[in-house]
Design a protein around this ligand. Sequence first.
Ligand SMILES: *Cc1c(COP(=O)(O)O)cnc(C)c1O
Length: 503
Amino acid sequence: MSDRLAELRRSVEQAPSGFDWDAATWREAGSRLLDVVVKASTEWESRRPSPERPDDALDLFQGPLPDSPVSFEALVDRIERELIPTSAYNGHPRWLAYITASPAPVSVLGSLAEAALNQNTALWRIAPGATAIEVQTLGWIAGMLGLPETAEGIFVSGGQMANMVAHAVMRDAKVPWDVRRFGMRGPEGSAPQVRIYASSELHYCHEQAAEILGMGREAVRNVPVDERYRMRLDSLTQMIAEDRARGDLPIAIVGTAGTVGTGAIDPIPELVEVARREQLWLHVDGAYGAFAALAESCPPELRALAEADSVACDPHKWLYAAIDAGVVLVREPGRLEHSFAFHASYLETADRGARVDLLERSPENTRPQRALKVWLSLQAIGRDGYAAMIDYNIRLAALMEELVLTTPGLTLAAPRGLSIVCWRVEPEGLHGEELEQLQSDVIEALEDRGIAMISNAQLRDGRAALRACITNFRTRPQDVEAIVQASAEIGAEFARSSGLDPA
Ligand SMILES: *Cc1c(COP(=O)(O)O)cnc(C)c1O
């Protein structure tokens, strides 16, 4: 044996320890953590929806990285004593802020299974089951939205990434030169300015996508909205005509199925027609609203998203999936690969047949098995179960809207869209700046007093409003009644204390 070989052997005789667990350790550690998780996912009556001790977060999570091991038990204790009180309970029945859904328990355990199996869903060869489950789940979702079975898609981290993928696909589908090779300046360096049309109520991620993809934020035209916060068709067609006359290159329309502000649904059937006539790509951002297509009370114009060229939707919103799970679907097969495939030589596998390497359809390489938790939930709850709960959320919002309309001191601020209600607290005696300030004061008081977690909206005319979005399977009528009532009472209380008696 050479000295070198002997020395190398000696150097690896003692392996570092502390990484692996035997079955008993797994069970013990797992059940301790599960206790904490179960407690945090039940016992809602004893808790407020917003973080209990938000201000402690910075102090609690400062300090040096330990050199030597800390026991897992001590770490779980920190989760229980420090992390949970500085976390929001977005599964709480009165969590109606932003568009953050309550996670279904089956999807939470699905996340655990995803992590444990640790499949890299980039290549079929190393994740055949996970890949097939992702493809099947995407097919189910396409079916739920009315898209053809042949539509292709990909799971991504959320709506923002789903929309960005869609922007890459629409750009590469509609720009008449090879953008992947030449970029936006084109082969001659003198390409026209591309244009994408979205309403002024768009999610900012569309502008960000245009930035990241090199089209520039100016590529996105903000089409004005009507009194119901929907894209105006007359403005849309006028802008397209003006841009064409100027020599620009219109490529796509982005309709929104449920805007983040008020839940408005753009006139999608008409957008389908305009897109066909103008030969533009039609993308529908249904990150929030797409799954309302399942509900009986779904506005019919939303269902027309089935005609779009691509759709973004968020299982971590209205399919109550644990974060993260976003989906983009593209009607025409091959379009995702057209935008993302690299066919890297070291990844080539012989005769792939029907097997698909999802990295060829995605901007990600190593990718988690995000679909598993959704695949589990869809089966455990069933299509009818989802349809009923989404419908119930919409009906609760309709009840909330009616309560606002009939409660003195409150006004409905915008027409209800799907499960989003926007209202204003307008006690007598308050005006102007004071009244604007009151809106955010009431939102804050609802949070501080542990009554509810809602968020704010900005109205078309710039005024502020309170906003509740019900994508929560735990919310009940008494919760929405309590929130509406409390907002009126707090408004009156603040008006009195500002020295102006509303009576
Ligand atoms: C939530 C939302 C997004 C962003 O999705 P994330 O999952 O937060 O990344 C984009 N567009 C709309 C309409 C949304 O509601």
